[in-house]
Design a protein around this ligand. Sequence first.
Ligand code: 5GP
Ligand code: MN
Length: 332
Amino acid sequence: MKQVTRKKIEAIAAEVRRANSIVITAHVNPDGDAIGSELALYLTLRKLGKQVWVMNTDPLPEIYYFLPAAREVKQVEDFCPVCDLLFVLDCGSAERMGGNQMGHCPRVVNIDHHLEGHTFGDINWVEDKASSTAEMVAELIDGLGVEWDVEIATNIYVGVLTDTGGFRYSNTTPVALALAGRMVSYGVQPEKIARALYERQPLSALKLLARALDSLEVSEDGLVASMTITRRMVAECGVHGWEAENFVNYPRSLDGVEIAILYQEIDDKQVKVSLRSKGTVNVARIAKAFSGGGHFHAAGCRLSGDLLTVKRQVERLVHQMLYVRDEPISRR
Ligand code: 5GP
Ligand code: MN
């Protein structure tokens, strides 16, 4: 372990020792890494005898209900925590927490692995080389000296699994794989988790996928592929509480595609954009240009405007990033 990591963990452990009431939160639209990290830390702090709450501004997607302690997650729209210590996990910036953000918590610990690595906490532990926030939380759990069990391990495993795209993306490091192996040694069953996460889609979600695939657009040179989900499609397919982010993997899966984009119409004025890169283009830079963020190969943002306007804006920037002197970056 790096010296600086050890120092961070020691400092966080000291904060935990001093605190009685602790709130854990993560980013809006929480994903597997955000939720797995929250619940693993929740169970750990409970073992230390702390009063702990997990609070998010957005609901828990149903697909994660199977996670140990999932029912403890509270949805609080006017998020304004009052506690001794606030943990903010997997959250590139304070704004991404939603609500009133830091509320009334004298101490804030920020643990994250995003590129932008904002420093809004009293302690900021940001490692953009970490596969996932769950990987960092696992190191913290070791540092706190709490005994591992299958419940904590399941949450960590799901965080690493989902953020590496099922151990397929470039963040599938030796550390990530070794950690997953260790979680399996604590009783996690990969086959059971895979079934729970990837083989329980509602029929409405597959119908939406069919509609979304129909919207597939590919640039003439085959380097950029995008899909669009309108509110109308969602309503007509009867989809509720389902996260469609993974749909971006379909344009991404096309041979030769460098950048995949998913546009999701949120309302009249807002479009959520998911960006994926398979190669040399840093999509976090594109997302950041629209006040979003993320990682080199996976990023996102929300834009104001109707679908057509947003698409034009994003495509213009993607084009700029992809081509240098009329040569696609990937072919240089
Ligand atoms: P997804 O496309 O799966 O929603 O997000 C991919 C990555 O980009 C995640 O790491 C996520 O945290 C980040 N991301 C997605 N949307 C936003 C956004 O609106 N703002 C910021 N800062 N990051 C985002
Ligand atoms: Mn993450």
